[in-house]
Every structure is written in structure tokens, then in C-alpha cells.
Design a protein around this ligand. Structure first.
Ligand SMILES: O=C[C@H](O)COP(=O)(O)O
Length: 327
């Protein structure tokens, strides 16, 4: 893969959305996760010989095209969101993108709180870059249910094309799979044509078996994507959680033929970590999942590190991190 062939390799096939299916409790209760086997499998990944030179630059450009460029801070402002959107439209300096043959490269989406949706939609006009909103009382998801549903409707009305919802962790921790299914199905319905990503907040689910079961239930209830974390839990995206969720996606695809997307989020800040994630997706699900309709990184600062690595690839020099500010 060369840089110019990397991120531009857009999908030719348009996949149907996950229609969901009735809750299959036998399937859910059969889902297990062998924690020690999962940990062994992922332990070898970061040490693998990584891709080099042109191939590495190509994979890093691919990673850029898969980022939901995110700001989710209490002090977000219209100015910060506009700067973030400018970065999404042009994720590296023009000369750098030109040298890589990557003019036209953008991130996959911009992800913000509801109050910032209108600003982001306005700043991204004409680019085709969608805006994702974190809704449903993000990050805890503990506001009244009718308000969480209403928030989805408001974000969609403001122009969000994607909605990242948070599930009620207590439904998982108490094994109330029917309640989780009903909640997810109601949120999916409230999204209408907007695609819905189900944030499991895996760092609060206790076990990988719970992660596997929650993944399945959310897919059965119609989630278009399953996403690890809000970025606000004590532990966010990890490789063991990723492997568990990817295998749930594979299982769901094997049995239903439906493709569900995956979004690791929270704490992915280094280019080399992004490459590990991409190689794991490729190994477990195949190349089709390395397109923005099936994979996203939820990340606020990853792009800055990738830009720095790409600059090194082109110029041979490392610049200071502050030169690659995001928002
Ligand atoms: O969904 C995205 C996350 O909130 C971003 O987390 P991060 O700031 O650790 O990259």
C-alpha cells in the first residue's frame, strides 16, 4: 500500500444498516470470554515488527481517514470547534499532504457534545464530513430516560448524522439483558436515519464476558457500531476489550450476515498504537472493516501524533508536538 492508495480506497459497496433482531437470550448467555487466552493473544501485538517507510505512511494516512476527531470538554467553545473542524477538513499541512499524494484527505467525522453540533455542521458545510453527537446524558447516561431520548432527537434536528449513545451500565452489571435491549432499541428508533454508535463504557462493565454479552445485545437491538468508551472512564479502550468486541462482531456477522462497525475510543493518542489497532482489525475481521463505514478511532489528540510521524516520513525531521495542535 502506498500513501496515495491508502485512505482514498473508498468502499465501492454500500452496506445495509443493521436491522437488529429479536433478543436471543440463549445466544447471549452462551457468549463467554476466555480472559487469559485473550490477554495472551493481545500481548504479542505491540511487539510485532511494524510496517515501515512508505507502507507505514500509507497506514497512517488510512488511520487519519478513520478518525472521529473529537472534543468533549466542559470548556468547549465555538472557536475550538471551528478550529477542530478546520483540522478535520485539512488534517495536515498542505505541502505535507501533497508530498504524500494525499490532497483531499480528511478525517471520518467530527464528534462533539450536543451544544456544539450546529457550529460543527456549519463549519463542515460542503465537505461531506459528518458530525457525530454524544447524546443520552453523556458520559454517565443517568439522566431521565425521556430526556435522553429527546436529546437524540434534538441532536439529529441540529444536523448530527451520527449519534453516540451511552448504555446504562447497571443493566449489564445486574444481567438485565432485556432492559439493555429495550433501551438500545428505543435509542436506535429515536435516531431515525442517523447512524447510532453504542458506547458500552467497558471500563465499568466488570468482566470481558459482560463486554461480550453487552456487545451482542446492542447489536441485536440494532446498533450500527459498538464503541468501547466515553473517554471519561478510569479505563478506556484496551486491546483485550477490542479483541472481545471484534469477536462479538464477527460472531454476529457469521450468524446474521450483517456488518456492525467498531469504534475504540479514549486514550488512543500515539500513531504506533493506532497501527496496532488497525492490524488487529485486519487480522480478526478483514480489510472490509478498515473503511469509515465500519471502523473509527474516537480520539482527540491522535491526529497530532500521526501528523508528526508523517512529517518525519517526508522531511526526515521530528517537529515539536506543539506544532500539531488540534483544537
Ligand atoms: O470518543 C472519544 C473520546 O472521548 C476521546 O478520548 P481521548 O480524548 O482520550 O482521545
Amino acid at each position: 500500500m502506498t500513501p496515495s492508495s491508502a485512505a482514498k480506497g473508498a468502499t465501492s459497496d454500500h452496506l445495509p444498516r443493521n436491522p437488529g433482531m429479536p433478543l436471543d437470550m440463549d445466544w447471549v448467555m452462551r457468549a463467554q470470554a476466555n480472559t487469559s487466552a485473550i490477554e495472551r493473544r493481545v500481548a504479542s501485538l505491540p511487539g510485532r515488527r511494524s510496517v515501515k517507510k512508505d507502507h507505514q505512511a500509507a497506514w497512517l494516512c488510512k488511520a487519519v481517514s478513520l478518525i472521529d476527531l473529537t472534543t468533549l470538554s466542559g470548556d468547549d467553545s465555538a472557536g475550538r470547534v471551528r478550529r477542530l473542524c478546520a483540522k478535520a477538513r485539512q488534517p495536515a499541512e498542505p505541502a505535507l499532504l501533497e508530498a504524500l499524494g494525499m490532497t483531499g484527505l480528511t478525517t471520518a467525522a467530527v464528534c462533539v457534545y450536543h451544544d456544539m453540533v450546529a457550529t460543527a455542521v456549519d463549519a463542515l458545510q460542503g465537505t461531506g464530513i459528518p458530525v457525530a453527537a454524544v447524546s443520552t446524558g453523556f458520559p454517565a447516561g443517568l439522566s431521565p430516560f425521556h430526556l435522553r431520548i429527546a436529546e437524540i432527537g434534538e441532536s439529529v434536528a441540529a444536523g448530527a448524522a451520527e449519534i453516540d449513545i451511552v448504555i446504562s451500565r447497571r443493566h449489564v452489571l445486574t444481567g438485565d439483558w432485556q432492559a439493555l435491549y429495550d433501551e438500545m432499541a428505543a435509542m436506535r428508533a429515536a435516531c431515525g436515519d442517523a447512524h447510532v454508535k453504542a458506547i458500552l463504557a467497558t471500563g465499568e462493565l466488570g468482566t470481558l464476558r459482560n463486554v461480550a454479552r453487552a456487545s451482542l445485545v446492542c447489536m441485536m437491538a440494532g446498533a450500527d457500531f459498538i464503541k468501547t468508551s466515553t473517554g471519561k472512564e478510569g479505563v478506556n479502550a484496551t486491546l483485550p476489550v477490542t479483541l472481545t468486541m471484534l469477536r462479538a462482531i464477527r460472531d454476529y456477522h457469521d450468524r446474521t450476515g450483517v456488518h456492525v462497525g467498531y469504534k475504540p475510543a479514549g486514550g488512543i493518542a500515539k500513531a504506533k498504537d493506532a497501527l496496532v489497532y488497525l492490524s488487529l482489525i485486519k487480522d480478526e475481521l478483514g480489510n472490509r472493516w478498515l473503511q469509515p463505514d465500519l471502523f473509527r478511532f474516537g480520539a482527540s489528540s491522535l491526529l497530532g501524533d500521526i501528523e508528526r510521524q508523517l512529517e518525519h516520513h517526508v522531511t526526515g525531521n521530528y517537529s515539536a508536538g506543539w506544532r500539531h495542535a488540534i483544537g
